[in-house]
Write a protein that binds this ligand. Structure first.
Ligand SMILES: [Zn+2]
Length: 282
C-alpha cells in the first residue's frame, strides 16, 4: 500500500529572499530605491519568521515531517497535503479540547486516550520511542516489549505471529483511509478504517497481527485469531473491535487489531466485559 510522504512547504522566507536579486533597475536612483525596498522586505520576512518561531511554543514546526520512519520522504516536495490535515490544530492540546467540527482533540502521549469517530489526535502527534518489531513495523518501546513477550508465548503454543502493520503517522493514516475509500467505497471504508487523527495506530501502541501470510480479513477465524482473542490481555493488549460490537465501537470486527494498554488495565478491561472503547470512556 502506498503512503504519502509528509507535506513540506517552501518557507515564505526562502521564496521572498530571492525577490531582490531578480529586480532590474534602469538608473542609479531606481536601483537605490529597489535596494531599500528589498531591505525592508527582508526585514519584514525576518520579523514574520521570528514571530512564527516564538508563537509555536515547544511544539514541532509546521514544516517538519510528521513521521519518524520515512527519512527518504524529506527530499520530496509533494504539493498536496492530506485533505483533513487543515481541520485540526497544529499543536496538541495539554487537555482534551473541542474542535470547530465538534470532534474532541486529545493531548498527545497518553496511551489511554479513547480514539474513535469523535476523538482524535493532532497531525503532529507522533511517538519518539518507536522500535521495530517482528514484521518490520514499529511500536513504542514498552508496547514492543510486551508484543515480543506475547509473540514468544504464542510461539510456545505453536503459533507464529507478527505485526503486518503497527505505527502509522497521521499522513500515513490519511493515505490508508483514502486507499480504502478508493478500493471499497466510502461507506465500507468508514466501517473498516479510521480517518487520519482518529486511528489507534497513530498512538504507536497498536498492531495488526498476522500469521502464515494471513492478514486482515484472512486472519479472521484462524486458530491464531482465537489464541490472540483469548490471550492478548495477559500481555497488556486488547482486541479493540470485537465481533458483535460495531454498534458501540463504530467499526466492523477486527480480530487482528490489538492495542496495548498495559497489563493492569488490560486485565480490568477483560474482567469488565466491556469493549476497550466503552472502558476508556466510562
Ligand atoms: Zn488496525
Amino acid at each position: 500500500m502506498s503512503t504519502s510522504p509528509p507535506s513540506r512547504r517552501v518557507s515564505a522566507a526562502k521564496r521572498n529572499g530571492t525577490v531582490g536579486r531578480e529586480s532590474k533597475g534602469g538608473g542609479l536612483s531606481s536601483l537605490f530605491i529597489g535596494s531599500i525596498i528589498a531591505v525592508v522586505i527582508a526585514f519584514l520576512v525576518l520579523v514574520t519568521v521570528a514571530v512564527d518561531a516564538f508563537s509555536g511554543g515547544s511544539g514541532t514546526p509546521a514544516a517538519a515531517p510528521s513521521t519518524t520512519d520515512t527519512p527518504t520522504a524529506a527530499a520530496s516536495t509533494p504539493t498536496t497535503a492530506p485533505a483533513t490535515a487543515t481541520t485540526v490544530p497544529k499543536q496538541s492540546p495539554t487537555a482534551a479540547t473541542t474542535a470547530e467540527d465538534g470532534s474532541i482533540v486529545l493531548p498527545c502521549g497518553n496511551i489511554l486516550v479513547p480514539l474513535d469517530k469523535q476523538h482524535k489526535l493532532t497531525a503532529d502527534c507522533a511517538p519518539t520511542d518507536l522500535v521495530t518489531v517482528k514484521g518490520g513495523t514499529q511500536l513504542r518501546s514498552e508496547a514492543a516489549g510486551a508484543f515480543n513477550e506475547m509473540l514468544a508465548a504464542a510461539s510456545k503454543a505453536g503459533f507464529t505471529l507478527y505485526a503486518n502493520s503497527a505505527y502509522r503517522s497521521y499522513a500515513e493514516q490519511a493515505s490508508t483511509f483514502q486507499y480504502w475509500v478508493n478500493t471499497t467505497g466510502l461507506a465500507y471504508a468508514e466501517r473498516t478504517s479510521a480517518r487520519a487523527g482518529h486511528s489507534e495506530h497513530q498512538l504507536g501502541t497498536t498492531a495488526d497481527v498476522g500469521a502464515r501470510g494471513l492478514e486482515l480479513e484472512a486472519f479472521e477465524g484462524t486458530p491464531e485469531a482465537a489464541w490472540l482473542a483469548a490471550n492478548s490481555y495477559k500481555f497488556g493488549f486488547i482486541v479493540s473491535y470485537p465481533d458483535g460490537k460495531e454498534g458501540i465501537t463504530g467499526y466492523a470486527p477486527e480480530p487482528w487489531h490489538v492495542r496495548y494498554v498495559g497489563k493492569d488495565v488490560a486485565q480490568k478491561v477483560h474482567d469488565s466485559g466491556l469493549t476497550l472503547h466503552e472502558y476508556l470512556l466510562r
